[in-house]
Design a protein around this ligand. Structure first.
Ligand code: MG
Ligand code: ZN
Length: 217
């Protein structure tokens, strides 16, 4: 019985995700669903990315957290429109939560919408929200074994951003093995190595994003 219930939940989610996707298309909006474990630096990556893209693109953010508004306030300080979703315990965002807050954003005036998912390496990958692509963020402090433990995340993500490379001199992580394992799960995955602290690597990430957006519009 449990399997049937889960299937039904995912089917209902998929239906709403399709509605969201239709609306995003209509508004000419490119949507990125950003996923990671807690503390990998999703909000930092968004703040730095917005700083670089803001002169060229109109960006908005939906911020997902179990509770609190700290991350949304950090995004707000960049001057772009942001809406906070508090899931009240749920460990991922679903299409319905996104649909509910869309009227609060000036969708017609945006080119790019980031959805910062709840910090969790498991179920965010199972729930489409209508995005153009999922992006996974991983911190070098998390080690090279994450692809083995959370394969769905890697399979579902079009790009992998590896953050905090400024810490590499202090760590034993095997970066080559991490990238090999990620590519073994997802051959076409684009991989970026960045530091939100020093800005290293951020430009190739934002150039990639801009290229994708321009090619779909
Ligand atoms: Mg955050
Ligand atoms: Zn969940």
């Amino acid at each position: 019985m449990k399997v049937k219930v889960v299937t039904r939940i995912l089917e209902a989610n998929e239906r709403i995700a399709t509605e969201n996707r239709r609306l995003f298309k209509e508004k000419g909006l490119f949507v990125v669903n950003l996923m990671s474990g807690p503390g990998a630096g999703k909000t930092s990556l968004l703040v730095r990315t917005i700083e670089l893209l803001k002169p060229h693109l109109r960006v908005g953010v939906i911020e997902g957290d179990i509770t609190g508004t700290e991350d949304a306030e950090r995004i707000q300080s960049t001057g772009v429109p942001v809406v906070q979703i508090n899931t009240g315990g749920a460990c991922h965002l679903d299409a319905n939560m996104i649909q509910e807050v869309l009227p609060e954003l000036p969708l017609g005036e945006l080119d790019l919408l980031f959805i910062e998912n709840v910090g969790n390496l498991v179920c965010p990958a199972e729930f489409n929200v209508g995005e153009d692509m999922k992006v996974m963020l991983l911190s070098v402090t998390e080690g090279e074994d994450k692809p083995l433990k959370y394969p769905l995340m890697f399979q579902q993500s079009k790009a992998l951003v590896i953050n905090k490379i400024d810490l590499l001199p202090h760590l034993d992580i095997d970066m080559e093995s991490l990238k090999e394992r990620a590519r073994a799960l997802n051959r076409d995955m684009e991989i970026f190595e960045v530091s939100c602290k020093t800005s290293e690597g951020l430009e190739s990430w934002t150039t990639y994003l801009t290229g994708l957006i321009n090619s779909t519009h």
